[in-house]
Design a protein around this ligand. Sequence first.
Ligand code: SAM
Length: 252
Amino acid sequence: MSRQRLGQHFLIQGSALHRVASAACPDHEPLVIEIGPGRGALTERLLDRADRVVAIEIDSQLVQFLREKFRDEPRLTLIQADALETDLGQWGDAAVAGNLPYYAATPIIEKTLALGARLRRAVFLVQKEVAARLAARPGTRDYGYLTVKTQFLAEVKALFDVRPSAFRPPPKVDSTLVRLEPHDRAAELGIAGPAQFLAFTSLCFRQKRKTIRNNLAATYGKDALSGLPESGKRAEELTLEQFADLYHRLIS
Ligand code: SAM
């Protein structure tokens, strides 16, 4: 993949780097996994705030550069790999951070959230539009399956925006730092099978313009849905609690 395709926009603004590192490690952290360290600007700041950093970089030339730059730093473990192919749980409980390559931001977020309780928090710099979808409220344009899935697994907070001029080369879009803190909404909402529940919500959003009833009819049958007024709405209107309620009534 070309360097441009790999999303290599390096964050150079000191104040932004400082804010990303302190959001990732509000207190001293035992372990931070950094996705896509690039030339190591954020890595340096994370090392100031963590006992140990594991940095996963796909680009072999950057890994060589980093090996040289951090040759006297035993607390950094550099991994040359695709983060999407790496078991992020292998080092134990960790905070995860990164200025993510835009092309892979969503799958990296999904993979990170799959760590469940082993994830202490995730702090990612992503395209502003992606942050808006992650943090969206029901009834808004940005609210979709990615929102529901993410908010089911974690408390999402958009922390601040970063202008293109803070990067070299500058990207075409604004970026936002988002923080994801895992929570157990499944237990709170009484959902025994989180994967089945997410498959159900995904189906509700299958065709966004259609009502939930229309999206679910082929799977659950029209009769089962007719007594459920909520299913006459579009998925984008429902809160997580309403999805859980609909799910319980449908499968009972
Ligand atoms: N963290 C650096 C910074 O803020 O200056 C670089 C961020 S740059 C937006 C994204 C980095 O992720 C690049 O160094 C790129 O090579 C790396 N990268 C892209 N795809 C990756 C993947 N699948 N796994 C690991 N690293 C990846």
